[in-house]
Design a protein around this ligand. Structure first.
Ligand code: SF4
Ligand code: SF4
Length: 147
């Protein structure tokens, strides 16, 4: 487990570097964490977050937020991520893959909220395989992906 979490941290570092050229300043917006497009959190990521926050109540809330094996906190309904603190992400260092690519990558060109600094500057994608390092993400480290 330790090595998997270590690999995940290394993976996030590589992903952040790959996204760096597309990065824009969000300021204190935080709207996407209040209500937004789509976020999935995989089991290994959840364990990583769980170790970081050390708060079972918050983790349960995070999971219950969508009541799904693959946690969906952004989706068809509006709702605020339990890890949003004011306008900021309180687990920024360990935020999941899909939080990292949101903004720089825009699903079908319809994923961004009105007024988002990434509007007009993001890369439109249609399949997850088009996302940066996505194949590495799902294949290594193993993320216990649901079938
Ligand atoms: S984990 Fe952080 S970045 Fe992701 S939705 Fe929650 S508050 Fe936002
Ligand atoms: S990605 Fe867009 S919606 Fe989310 S905090 Fe940044 S500016 Fe706001």
């Amino acid at each position: 487990m330790e090595s998997m979490l270590h690999n995940l941290a290394k993976f996030y570092a590589a992903l952040d570097e790959a996204l760096q050229p597309l990065k824009r300043a969000c300021g204190d917006c935080g709207e996407c964490c209040r209500r937004a497009s789509k976020l999935q959190v995989y089991p290994l990521e959840l364990q990583n977050i769980s170790r970081f926050v050390k708060n079972d109540y918050l983790i349960r809330k995070f999971i219950d937020f969508a009541n799904n094996k693959v946690v969906k906190i952004w989706g068809d309904v509006e709702g605020q991520c339990p890890f949003q603190d004011g306008d900021r992400c309180s687990i920024y260092a360990v935020r999941p893959y899909f939080c990292r690519v949101y903004g720089p990558y825009n699903y079908r060109g319809k994923n961004l909220l009105k007024g988002c600094v990434y509007c007009g500057h993001s890369i439109i994608y249609f399949y997850r395989e088009e996302l940066p390092l996505y194949n590495e993400f799902v294949n290594y480290p193993p993320l216990n992906l649901p079938v």
